[in-house]
Write a new protein. Structure first.
Length: 281
């Protein structure tokens, strides 16, 4: 889910998914919009020659999309061993249970309420399917249950909404937590800093060729936005300790996001609330 900073994505080259490396296939859902960019990326991952694959984020309950995912999964490996979720938002998780029931597998997620079967997901887990290995990395911040997946054989980082292929993500207060999000960006940066040619396979938007550069830009953007919000707070004659600070979120949005289409100010306000809560600590 993108925030107001993704407004610049309008007019960018359209993203359509495709095949990446030897193990990744991206099926794009037809749910494009201001918050979802070109649509949700559903990832089908399989080791070459394997008879089973995993599906990450089946996406919304759109029959044509689920038919396409099932077809790609069958072509890639034959059957689906597991559905994995990066987080609970409907544009990623709505169809998880119905799709899993359709293909005869379980759903694994950090949130127990989203799982189907006996297995969930936790930081440090390794999902192994017919030679494919996915390492689970807890990356809270966008949501409390956000996960990323490291695919070492492709040097690829599947980021869900923690890092997008275009623009920046919303950290929506109160489920979104800026302190946790900044820590997650630092964690991902540390993970890929010693790995050559790591790429980002995001939950929305195109694949990005340099994870390290993307994470550097994300961290710099968050620092800059936080300073803009801090300056707006002081400009209003307030301090971060003001008990009614969150009541001024919309006014801060109108100042900090003055160059962004107002249709996106609702999403921007959620991020500003998270920033104000962070400054108030």
């Amino acid at each position: 889910m993108s925030d107001g900073s993704s407004a610049a994505s309008a007019g960018a080259a359209r993203w359509a998914g495709g095949t990446f490396g030897e193990r990744g296939r991206c099926v794009l859902a037809a749910n494009a919009g201001p918050m979802t960019l070109d649509g949700t990326n559903t990832w089908v991952l399989a080791e070459p020659g394997a008879s089973r694959c995993v599906v990450v984020d089946p996406g919304p309950e759109l029959i044509a999309h689920l038919d396409a995912v099932a077809g790609v999964a069958e072509e890639a490996a034959g059957s689906v061993a597991a559905v994995l979720l990066t987080h609970h938002h409907a544009d990623h998780a709505e169809a998880a249970r119905s799709f899993a029931e359709r293909v005869g597998c379980g759903v694994r997620a950090l949130d127990p309420g989203l799982t189907l079967g006996d297995e969930g997901l936790a930081d440090g887990d390794v999902v192994a399917v017919d030679g494919l290995e996915l390492h689970v990395v807890a990356t809270p911040g966008h949501t409390g249950d956000s996960l990323s997946f490291w695919l070492p054989a492709e040097r690829a980082l599947l980021t869900g909404d923690t890092v997008l292929g275009r623009g920046t993500t919303v950290v929506a207060h109160p489920d979104g937590d800026l302190g946790a999000y900044l820590g997650s960006l630092d964690r991902l940066h540390a993970l890929v800093s010693s790995v050559e040619a790591a790429t980002v396979w995001p939950g929305h938007g195109p694949v990005l060729p340099s994870a390290l550069d993307v994470l550097d830009a994300y961290r710099a953007h968050r620092r800059d936005r936080l300073e803009q919000v801090r300056a707006a707070v002081w400009g209003l004659g307030l301090t971060p300790a003001d008990p009614h600070l969150l009541d001024h979120a919309r006014t801060v949005v109108e100042q900090v996001y003055a160059d962004v289409d107002p249709v996106l100010w609702g999403a921007a306000e959620l991020s500003v609330r998270a920033q104000l809560a962070y400054l108030a600590r």
